[in-house]
Each structure stands twice: as C-alpha cells, then as structure tokens.
Design a binder for this molecule. Structure first.
Ligand code: BGC
Length: 253
C-alpha cells in the first residue's frame, strides 16, 4: 500500500465547472498526501483545453509518478465519456483515458464524479463499513449519484436525470436550482423530499449520503427531507472527488 513520500502513490484530479483541483493521495489514510493545488477551469472547457491544465497541474508535483484518477461529470465507460449534461458537448464520444494518458505520459483513468465521491464516502467517509445498498447523491450544478452495494460500485447510475412530474430531477432539486429560483431551505426541502422519496421507492437503500458543496450546510436542510430511510451528510466534502478518483485509478484494470 502506498504511503506518504511514496512516489508511486496515486494522484486524484477533480474536474469541476470553476476549478480543476488535484493532489497525490495516501490511500491508507484516505487523505491527501500533499496540499492540493487548484487551477481555474479554462473556458470553454473542451477536452483539449482541460488536458493542458492537467499537464500544468501535474508539473507542480514533479515527484509524483503513480496512476492518475480524474473525475468527469458525465457517463464514463471504458474511459470514453458518453454524456455532457453540464459540460462542453465536445466531451461526448471523447476517449478521455487515451487523451489524458497521451498528453501527460501517465496512466490515467477517468471516472464519473459522483461515482468517485461515492467510492470515497463508502471507503473512508460517512458510509464507511456500511453494507447493503448505499446511495450517495451529490447536490451541485446537477445531481450526481453513486449506487454502492456491499462496497462495490455499480457505475453510471445517473439518478439526477430521473424524470419526476415531467421534469428532469436535477433541474428542480439540484443545489443550483435552489440558488437560481431563490428558494428558501423549506421550499428546497420539499423538492428534495419528492426526489428522495422517488429514490426510496425505486431502490429501498439502507442509507442515503448527501454530498456536494452544499452538504457543508446540511444542518439547514437535511431535517427537511421527509423520508423513512436514514439520510446523512457526506464527510469528505470537497475532498471526495480527488480521493475517490485516486482510489478508482488504483483499483482499475
Ligand atoms: C451528470 C452526471 C454527474 C452529475 C453531477 C449530471 O448532470 O449527468 O454525470 O455525475 O451531473 O455532476
């Protein structure tokens, strides 16, 4: 197992709408091995422009040469991106594993952002040690989801795009919808109740974990979600993407 100071330790990159963040990860501790670095996301955030930023970011960690995990907010199968709800459409069909591997000279593995967060929360965070079906959701610009059964990820569940009452769920219930429509916590809580009830009806999970930036404020809204299943806030917050991506890369074939 990699440890602090080990050059082969994996590296995680979180590709978000406003920032691209990365750090070497200590998988034994489930934490960054060095302080994370952030670079503004280029606009437009095309695959090529993003690959340049990754190279710049990695240049700040000259001692790192392990595998790299990268989060992408879209469906990812065998390193190829298949959807782009909230990112540049140029990502659709892009073999991101190959592009980033070619650009950086490193062994890069791309993973859906919510799947990475889910892996990290189940391995190190709020759902550590929990068996059965754990459903991790991230509330941000969109809604991401990770289905993890007995610690094993079922990738690309994309439950933010469930159609509820004729609407794409994330358009109504993501954290961005609260801001855009200036909803009170109570109003947003009602929308979240509708959303989580639907998930409950479809999956009967043991536990919901709520991540995304807004989970820092979970005391303002978690109690407003009226469902029967246990629902708790994520623990790794902004670190989950980087840690989960590094974990994913390490455990990839
Ligand atoms: C995308 C997902 C992503 C989620 C959170 C959704 O719009 O379809 O792939 O996980 O946003 O970023």
């Amino acid at each position: 197992m990699a440890s602090h100071g080990d050059p082969h330790r994996p590296f995680g990159i979180d590709f978000g709408g406003s920032g691209i963040k990365g750090a070497p990860v200590d998988l034994e501790a489930g934490d960054f091995a060095e302080e994370r670095v952030r670079i503004d996301t280029p606009q437009p955030a095309t695959p090529l422009a993003v690959a340049e930023v990754f190279a710049e970011l990695l240049g700040k960690f000259p001692d790192s040469d392990g595998r790299i995990g990268v989060t992408v907010p879209g469906v990812v199968k065998h390193g190829v991106v298949h959807s782009a709800a909230n990112i540049d459409k140029a990502w659709i069909g892009e073999d991101a594993d190959r592009l980033f591997t070619d650009r950086t000279g490193r062994d890069v593995h791309v993973v859906n952002d919510a799947d990475a967060a889910g892996l990290a929360e189940v391995r190190y965070g709020a759902a550590k040690g929990r068996g059965g079906l754990v459903l991790v959701t991230t509330l941000g610009t969109g809604i991401g989801s990770a289905l993890v059964y007995d610690g094993v990820l079922v990738p690309n569940s994309e439950l933010g795009h469930l159609e509820i009452d004729g609407h794409d769920a994330e358009k109504r219930a993501a954290a961005s919808a609260r801001e855009k429509h200036d909803l009170s916590w109570e109003e947003w809580g009602k929308r979240l109740t509708t959303y989580y009830r639907k998930l409950e009806e479809l999956f009967s999970p043991e536990l919901f974990v709520v991540g995304g930036g807004v989970s820092k404020k979970s005391q303002k809204f978690l109690h407003l979600i009226e469902i029967d299943t246990e629902i708790i806030a994520a623990q790794l917050l902004n670190d989950a993407g980087i840690i989960g991506a590094a974990l994913y890369a390490t455990e990839s074939d």
